[in-house]
Ligand binder design. Structure first.
Ligand code: 6R9
Length: 651
C-alpha cells in the first residue's frame, strides 16, 4: 500500500490561467479590491444575481450578532428566480436539466417545462395542506421530481428538509420530528447498481407509531415495486401532481424567510438542523456558481455529481445553477453502473463543459486506472471543481491530466453546510492554481487562521484553526430549534467575533491556505460528514455492547474510514466475525449504510484520561497501524498494551 497521508508537494508547481480562459471568465481580479467595501460589494452581487420583488433597504443587520439578517426589507421568490424569470426573458426553450437515469432512461427538461412542473407540484402540495412556513421532508433519489419538489416548496415558502436517501428509517424519523414536517415526499424506490431498491418502507417505518407529525406522504412511482399503502395518508404523485394546474401564482417572501433545513453531523450524537434563509443564500450561491464555476448559461453544460441530499446538491444543483439559468446534467446512479466509464460516457454524450465532484470519486477513478477515461472524448470539459474534503496534490494532478486534458483549470472549493456556499477557492481565469490548496477566500469573504489562544497565524506552515471574520450572505441563520447550540458551536471557541469552522488550516510560503481536515470529533468519509458520537451511540444501543469508541482512520480512497472499538457486555458472547458483522449492520440500520464501520475491534478496555475522556488519538494510532503515541495522560497506561495484544491474538 502506498503512503495514504496527503503529501505536501516537494516543489510547488503552479498553473497560470491561459489568456483564452481569462478573456471569457466571469470572475475578474478587480473583484478582490471591490470587496474591501464589504456591504457595498454584497449589495451589488445581490442586485446582479437576484431579481427582487421589493428592493432591500439595509444590506446587513448584524446588531444582534451572531444572528445575521441580510438584505433586510427585500422580498423575492426563490423559485421564480430559478425558473420563471428565465422563461420571461425568452429562454424557455433552453434545457434546464438533462436527466440520465441509472438504467439509461433519459428526460430533457427545458426551463418552460420546469416552470410547468414546479407549478403543478406547488399546487399539489397546497392541495395536501402545505402552507407558507410548514416544513416538508424530502426523502428521494436523484430524479427530476426531487428538484421540482424543492422548488415548489421554495415557491410556497414552505422550508424543505431533504434527508439523504441513504439514511435509515430511524434517522429519517428523528429529522421529521425535529422539523415537525407535515408532509413527506418520497418514491416507491430507487435504482442502485442496476437493481431497484425500495425507499417507501423506510418512510412507512419513520412515520409509524401514532406520534408522527406527518399527515400526508406523496409518492413518486419510480421503480414500480410493490408498496404498502395507507389510503388515509399516502398519495400517488401521478394522481395529484400530473392533474394539477400548471399555473401557480407565487408570492414574494421576505429576504430572511427560511428556505430550508439540512441536518448535518456535529460533535454530539444529535444531528444539527442547519437552516438557511432566502435572499442572502440565493445571492451567494448564484454569485459563486458564476465566478467560481464560471458558468455561462446558454453555452455551458454543467454537471455537479453530488446528491441533492447534501448541501452541495442544494447549492450547486438546485439553487445556484438554476438561478443563473444554467443547463445541467442530473444523474441518478453510481459511477460504475453498468461499467466504470459511465461518468465519462455521460460527459461525452452531453458535452459536459464544467464538472464539479469530490476527491473521493477522483481517487476511486485513479484506482480504476487512466485507461478508462482515456476511452472517451472529454474535450468538452473546460473547468473542473472539487469539494467535500482536502484534495491531495497527487489526485489533483491526476484529475487535471486525465480528465481535464492538462488544460482545464481546477477549482478546489472549501465550504460547509453551514456556510451555504463556496468560501475559499481560486477564481478560474484569475488565480495561479496550486494543487492541494483551496488558496484564498473568494472576494467578499474574510478568513484567518488562529492559534490556540486566538492569535492570528501568518507564518508559513504554522498550523491553526480556520475562522471566518465577517458575516456572509449565505451563512446559516442558526440551528433549528436550538439557537444556544448555534452560539456555542460556532461563535464561542474564539469569542463572538469569529465563526469557528471546525477545520485545521495553515498558510504555505505563497500565502495560500491549506485545509487540513476537522479538528473536532467529526469524520469525513467519502466527503460525508459523520460524527463519532453518533456512531458510538448507535453501537451502544445494541444489546451486546457496553462501550464504544469511534475514530476516523486515514483511508486511501475515502479520505477517512470509520473504525470502531467496542467492549462487549459481560453477558454477551463474542462470536468473532459474526458479532462484528452484526454490529456493522446494526449501525447501518440505526444511521445508514454510509456510517457502517470499515472495521470493528472488540477490546477489553478503552484508553481514557483520568477525567474519563476517551483518548481517540491513541485509538487512531492503532487503527492506522502506527506506533502508539504518548500515553502519559492515561488513567491506566497499560491499557494500550492490553488492546494491542488482544488484537494481535485475534480476539
Ligand atoms: C460542502 C461540504 C464540510 C466539511 C468542512 C471540511 C470539509 C469541504 C473542502 C473540505 C478541504 C475542501 N471540506 N470542502 N476540506 N478542502 N475543498 O462538503 O459541506 O458536508 O458540511 O462538509 O468538509 O472539513 O468543514 P459539509
Amino acid at each position: 500500500m502506498t503512503d495514504p497521508t496527503p503529501s505536501t508537494p516537494t516543489q510547488s508547481r503552479t498553473f497560470s490561467p491561459t489568456p483564452e480562459f481569462t478573456a471569457q471568465a466571469n470572475g475578474e481580479a478587480p473583484l478582490y479590491d471591490q470587496a474591501t467595501d464589504h456591504e457595498a460589494f454584497w449589495a451589488e452581487q445581490a442586485h446582479r444575481y437576484v431579481t427582487w420583488d421589493k428592493d432591500f433597504d439595509t444590506t446587513l443587520d448584524w446588531s444582534n450578532a451572531p444572528f445575521a439578517k441580510w438584505f433586510v426589507g427585500g422580498q423575492l421568490n426563490v423559485a421564480r428566480n430559478c425558473v420563471d424569470r428565465h422563461v420571461e426573458a425568452g429562454n424557455g426553450d433552453r434545457v434546464a436539466i438533462h436527466f440520465e437515469g441509472e438504467g439509461g432512461d433519459t428526460r430533457t427538461i427545458t426551463y418552460a417545462e420546469l416552470l410547468r412542473e414546479v407549478c403543478r407540484t406547488a399546487n399539489a402540495l397546497e392541495s395536501l395542506g402545505v402552507r407558507k412556513g410548514d416544513r416538508v421532508a424530502i426523502y428521494m433519489p436523484m430524479i427530476p421530481e426531487t428538484v421540482f419538489t424543492m422548488l415548489a416548496c421554495a415557491r410556497i415558502g414552505a422550508p424543505h428538509s431533504v434527508v439523504f436517501g441513504g439514511f435509515s428509517a430511524d434517522a429519517l424519523r428523528t429529522r421529521i420530528a425535529d422539523a415537525q414536517a407535515r408532509v413527506v415526499v418520497t418514491t416507491d424506490g430507487q435504482f442502485r447498481r442496476g437493481k431497484p431498491a425500495p425507499l417507501k418502507p423506510a418512510v412507512d417505518e419513520a412515520v409509524s407509531g401514532g406520534d408522527s407529525p406527518v399527515e400526508k406522504v406523496l409518492v413518486v412511482k419510480r421503480t414500480e415495486g410493490e408498496v404498502a399503502w395507507d389510503d388515509a395518508r399516502d398519495v400517488w404523485w401521478h394522481d395529484v401532481v400530473d392533474s394539477a394546474s400548471d399555473q401557480h401564482e407565487a408570492q414574494p417572501h421576505d429576504s430572511e424567510h427560511p428556505l430550508f433545513i439540512l441536518y448535518t453531523s456535529g460533535t454530539t450524537g444529535k444531528p444539527k438542523g442547519i437552516f438557511h434563509t432566502s435572499g442572502g443564500y440565493l445571492a451567494q450561491t448564484a454569485y459563486t456558481n458564476a465566478v467560481v464555476h464560471d458558468v455561462h448559461p446558454g453555452t455551458d453544460v454543467y454537471w455537479c455529481t453530488a446528491d441533492v441530499g447534501w448541501v452541495t446538491g442544494h447549492s450547486y444543483i438546485v439553487y445556484g445553477p438554476l438561478a443563473n439559468g444554467a443547463t445541467q446534467v442530473l444523474y441518478e446512479g453510481t459511477p460504475d453502473t453498468p461499467h466504470q466509464g459511465r461518468w465519462w460516457e455521460i460527459v461525452q454524450k452531453y458535452g459536459v463543459s464544467i464538472l464539479y465532484t469530490a476527491p473521493t470519486a477522483i481517487r476511486t477513478f485513479m484506482k480504476w486506472g487512466e485507461d478508462i477515461p482515456a476511452k472517451y472524448d472529454l474535450s468538452s470539459l473546460r473547468l473542473l471543481g472539487s469539494v467535500g474534503e482536502p484534495i491531495n496534490p497527487e489526485a489533483w494532478l491526476w484529475y487535471r491530466k486525465n480528465i481535464g486534458g492538462d488544460r482545464a483549470p481546477i477549482v478546489d472549493t472549501w465550504w460547509q453546510t453551514e456556510t451555504g456556499a463556496i468560501m475559499i477557492s481560486p477564481l478560474p481565469g484569475v488565480t495561479d492554481l496550486e494543487p492541494g490548496s483551496a488558496q484564498r477566500p473568494i472576494p467578499g469573504i474574510s478568513a484567518e487562521i488562529l492559534d490556540d489562544e486566538g492569535k492570528p497565524l501568518h507564518d508559513p506552515e504554522a498550523v491553526g484553526y480556520l475562522v471566518l471574520t465577517k458575516p456572509w450572505p449565505s451563512m446559516l441563520r442558526g440551528i433549528w430549534g436550538d439557537q444556544e447550540r448555534y452560539k456555542e458551536t460556532y461563535w464561542s471557541r474564539f469569542g463572538d467575533k469569529y465563526y469557528f469552522a471546525g477545520d485545521g488550516a495553515k498558510y504555505d510560503a505563497n500565502g495560500n491556505i491549506w485545509l487540513l481536515g476537522r479538528v473536532d470529533d467529526v469524520m469525513n468519509v467519502s466527503g460525508h460528514r459523520l460524527s463519532t458520537a453518533e456512531i458510538e451511540s448507535a453501537l451502544v444501543s445494541h444489546p451486546s455492547v457496553a462501550e464504544a469508541a469511534v475514530v476516523g482512520a486515514t483511508d486511501e480512497t475515502t479520505g477517512q474510514a470509520v473504525c470502531a472499538f467496542v467492549i462487549l457486555r459481560s453477558d454477551a458472547r463474542d462470536e468473532g466475525e459474526a458479532t462484528v458483522q452484526e454490529l456493522r449492520n446494526h449501525v447501518a440500520k440505526e444511521i445508514g449504510p454510509i456510517a457502517k464501520p470499515r472495521q470493528i475491534m472488540v477490546v477489553a478496555e478503552l484508553p481514557k484520561t483520568r477525567s474519563g475522556k476517551i483518548m481517540r488519538r491513541l485509538l487512531r494510532d492503532v487503527a492506522e497501524n502506527r506506533e502508539v503515541g504518548d500515553v502519559t495522560t492515561l488513567a491506566d497506561s497499560t491499557v494500550m498494551d492490553l488492546i494491542k495484544s488482544g488484537l494481535s491474538s485475534g480476539s
